[in-house]
Design a protein around this ligand. Structure first.
Ligand SMILES: Cc1cc2nc3c(=O)[nH]c(=O)nc-3n(C[C@H](O)[C@H](O)[C@H](O)COP(=O)(O)OP(=O)(O)OC[C@H]3O[C@@H](n4cnc5c(N)ncnc54)[C@H](O)[C@@H]3O)c2cc1C
Length: 402
């Protein structure tokens, strides 16, 4: 049975839209200028249940199916400032899934529940100055010393980095070859040895804060380890499909918003004595955008369907991530083109959507990494070549969080 949006899903969508119109859109411009989304919005989203949509009631979630999560991600992307949506996606789909699945009762009580209620903000910390796509190069190290792990290292490009109350951190716990040398930890940020380094200035996602993080002899109790030591990569693998799916729901939201704004604009804007929309070339451009959006949406909903059935959808979601990121750039560039010079003005939302479209092809696994995974899954990388095989395996591991 293909997934269907029921009337309950649509009621939920309306409640997200109303929330956005009241609590986000009027302030989006200010937050773009301030370079961050205020902490109070996390609390408001928590009170609405938006930060734990698919998490069980027992941890404060809504216990709803993944389609609700998808709707939230899509609608948030239309809020007037995609950076806001990114900050929340990190909280709901990147920094907490492994914690929810494998965290011990203490971590659930002290970190997951407050993240779902909006009392705490969190980040995922994987990328380092020396490695992004190649996560196997992570150098941050956690060493067991008595009842504590002592952590040293540096992370970069960390979303919510200046505001986070805790980070979910990937660190090396041994040097054995293979998958089992990394572990995931919950690291509170108000702790000796933890500091926020440079706050990074970006050209996109301006309402989302991004920072470097430094860990110098940070001690966390042993029970801040998520699940088993050495299984950090595996846990990330379990969640990366959902992370990419949520990211693409976000891309679909941005494309739909750009398309709607452009449809309105070309109906109103006249050149050479008639509205732009009366020209066939403009109608066809819009039809082409619509076709791209529907293609990506259909693929995304198929992934949701497989996810609901608990079937493996890693290949399909990799294709979705690649094609969705490419479509996003094409669609939003065309939106700007049809707005002419106004499309490059800050006060036009399409400018912001276009500017923020680039990240999808880099974060969450760059397009080239998606191609590498597809090539591997299609058997295009010769099996006899052990180095390429290892490389492909490494690539697959590497995109777990990035
Ligand atoms: C705004 C923003 C927010 C982010 N938020 C977070 C966060 O919250 N937490 C976190 O941990 N990280 C975060 N990141 C980091 C992000 O995941 C990485 O930037 C991404 O994984 C790419 O890593 P890199 O930048 O080191 O690029 P590199 O790995 O250095 O790669 C550079 C480019 O080379 C190409 N490339 C790489 N490998 C290959 C290959 N094997 N074959 C062919 N081409 C290749 C790709 O085009 C890639 O874009 C964020 C980044 C940005 C920009």
């Amino acid at each position: 049975m293909p997934v269907e949006f029921t009337s309950d899903h649509e009621i939920f969508r309306d409640s997200v839209k109303k929330f956005i119109e009241k609590e986000i859109r009027p302030f989006a411009e200010t937050w773009e200028i301030q370079g961050r989304t205020p902490r109070s919005l996390w609390k408001k989203c928590g009170e609405m249940g938006f930060l734990g949509i698919s998490y069980p009631d027992s941890v404060g979630g809504m216990g709803a199916d993944f389609l609700y999560n998808y709707i939230f991600a899509e609608e948030m992307a239309k809020c007037g400032s995609p950076g806001v949506a990114t900050g929340f996606a990190v909280q709901t789909d990147m920094a907490t899934p492994a914690l929810a699945e494998h965290g011990n009762p203490l971590l659930i009580e002290n970190f997951l529940k407050p993240a779902i209620s909006g009392d705490m903000i969190c980040s995922i910390a994987v990328t380092e100055p020396g490695c992004g796509s190649d996560v196997a190069g992570v150098q941050t190290r956690a060493v067991l010393d008595g009842n504590d792990y002592v952590i040293n290292g540096q992370k970069t490009f960390i979303t919510n980095g200046t505001q986070a109350d805790f980070i979910t951190l990937l660190a090396r716990t041994n040097d054995k070859p293979g998958h089992h040398c990394f572990s995931l930890f919950v690291v509170p940020t108000k702790i000796s040895g933890f500091s926020v380094g440079k706050v990074l200035r970006k050209i996109s996602h301006l309402s989302s804060d991004t920072a470097e993080i430094v860990l110098q002899d940070v001690r966390v109790p042993k029970n801040h380890l998520i699940g088993q030591e050495g299984e950090g990569f595996i846990y990330q693998m379990e969640q990366f499909q959902f992370e990419r799916l949520a990211g693409m729901a976000n891309a679909i939201g941005m494309m739909k918003r750009g398309y709607e704004l452009t449809k309105k604009y070309v109906s109103m804007r006249e050149t050479f004595g008639k509205p732009l929309v009366e020209r066939q070339v403009v109608q066809h451009k819009l039809a082409d955008m619509y076709a791209e959006i529907i293609l990506i949406e259909t693929l995304a909903l198929r992934c949701v369907e497989l996810a609901q059935k608990k079937e493996n959808f890693s290949k399909l979601v990799t294709v979705l991530k690649l094609k969705g990121a490419q479509a996003k750039i094409r669609v939003l560039e065309e939106c700007v083109q049809l707005h002419g010079g106004y499309g490059l003005m800050h006060e036009y939302e399409v400018a912001r959507l276009y500017r923020d479209s680039k990240l999808a092809g880099i974060g969450g696994g760059a397009n080239e990494i998606m191609l590498e995974i597809i090539a591997k899954m299609e058997g295009l990388i010769p099996k006899k070549s052990s180095s390429s095989l290892n490389y492909a395996k490494q690539v697959e591991k590497s995109v777990v969080a990035n």
